[in-house]
Write a protein that binds this ligand. Structure first.
Ligand code: G3I
Length: 347
């Protein structure tokens, strides 16, 4: 009897194993479509975030959309230089903490921006020069990153350090005048302050591969990678208009950066326009990211059109009442159509 039972168990186990092997895993394509941006993006192995203003999180319509649709928050202004160090050595983190606390309480990831940026500088910093300025820059990076150690997943360490136009040169700024190595010094300081944070360079007008600025940033990242400067990702802001549309070679640009061994992200996506044309442009931008496995996340630069830094261009996914626009539907649909076979884990 004991032998019979043992044989039965063996046969049953073998049949079960065979059955498990024969029945294919249910394809993700058969799952009902995701109903939020974060869920749909998550299924493709990506994040879908939003730039937020901390004080607006008290608005239930605003916060309702933020918490329903997005798995990442970027404080739009609260972590900038003028907000975090209004007086030299006197750091104010209350506004930043408010956004970071909100994100943490809802399991959302935080992108911090921007540690060193030519704009939004407090007056004390603007008045410094040379070695004193360089030291102040690095102290700022160290203090802010250390304060948020383990809480901010990715930092835009430096933003917008290259000039527009055809020169491919660095932007002239007080930071640049401290010496060409200011960017790498900032990345090293950030790495030392939080070894686990993802460190990014972030810029606009770097979406077209042929542009001199794109080429210059690409050369810098290649140089950094070859010399061991700690850079993990490149943020392409992706502010598009009728005059600066989503380029046909956007995916090629993203791939060219990813081929350097860094992740890429669309960090401030917004596209001026309305209706079907805007929806189509959003579809193309999202598709470009999905085509590149190293494109790990998309962040839109605001919630409702009325929240945008350029609200007259109605560039966002929700209208001023908080209703979903055709652009929203296009983005959700594009994410949902991503082939199940190409899904990768969220990083
Ligand atoms: O908070 C004050 C408020 O107290 C005051 O009443 C009001 C009067 O104008 O100004 C408010 O501050 C403004 C802040 O946005 C909040 O609305 C600043 O003047 C204004 O300069 C600031 O603009 C931000 C801009 O960066 C400059 O820092 C935008 O919100 C923000 O969307 C924009 O974001 C940048 C990215 O950081 C980098 N890439 C480009 C992008 C667009 O410019």
């Amino acid at each position: 009897m004991r032998q019979l039972w043992s044989a039965l168990v063996t046969v049953t186990a073998a049949s079960l194993t065979a059955a498990v092997m024969l029945v294919p895993a249910r394809p993700a394509a058969a799952d009902p479509p995701a109903t939020t941006l974060a869920e749909a993006a998550h299924r493709t192995g990506r994040h879908f975030g939003v730039g937020v203003s901390g004080h607006k999180l008290a608005d239930p319509v605003y916060a309702g959309i933020v918490d329903r649709e997005f798995d990442g928050l970027t404080p739009e202004n609260e972590l900038k230089l003028d907000a975090t160090e209004p007086l030299q050595g006197r750091f104010t983190f209350a506004a930043g903490d408010r956004v970071v606390d909100h994100a943490e309480s809802r399991g959302q990831r935080v992108r911090g921006q921007t540690l060193l940026w030519h704009a939004a500088q407090p007056s004390w910093l603007v008045n410094l020069r040379g070695a004193a300025l360089r030291q102040a820059m690095l102290d700022h990076v160290t203090q802010v990153v250390a304060h948020y150690r383990g809480r901010v997943a990715a930092w835009d360490v430096v933003g917008e350090a290259f000039a527009d136009g055809t020169s491919g040169a660095r932007r002239d700024s007080n930071f640049q005048r401290t010496g060409d190595d200011w960017i790498e010094a900032a990345f090293r300081a950030a790495r030392a302050a939080d070894p686990d944070a993802k460190l990014c360079y972030n810029d606009y007008n770097v979406e077209n591969w042929s542009h001199a600025k794109t080429q210059a940033v690409h050369r810098m990242v290649r140089d950094f990678r070859s010399r061991g400067v700690p850079i993990d990702c490149v943020g392409l802001q992706s502010h598009f208009t009728a005059y600066h549309p989503v380029p046909a070679d956007f995916a090629a640009t993203l791939r060219a950066f990813a081929d350097l061994g860094v992740d890429v992200e669309l960090t401030e996506l917004d596209i001026e326009g309305s209706g079907a044309a805007q929806a189509d442009a959003y579809r193309r931008a999202v598709r470009a990211c999905l085509e590149v496995s190293g494109c790990t996340g998309i962040t839109v630069w605001g919630v409702r059109d009325s929240d945008s830094w350029r609200s007259s261009g109605t560039p966002l996914l929700f209208d001023s009442t908080g209703a979903r626009k055709p652009a929203y539907t296009a983005v959700l649909d594009t994410l949902n159509r991503f082939p199940a076979t190409r899904h990768v884990p969220v990083r």
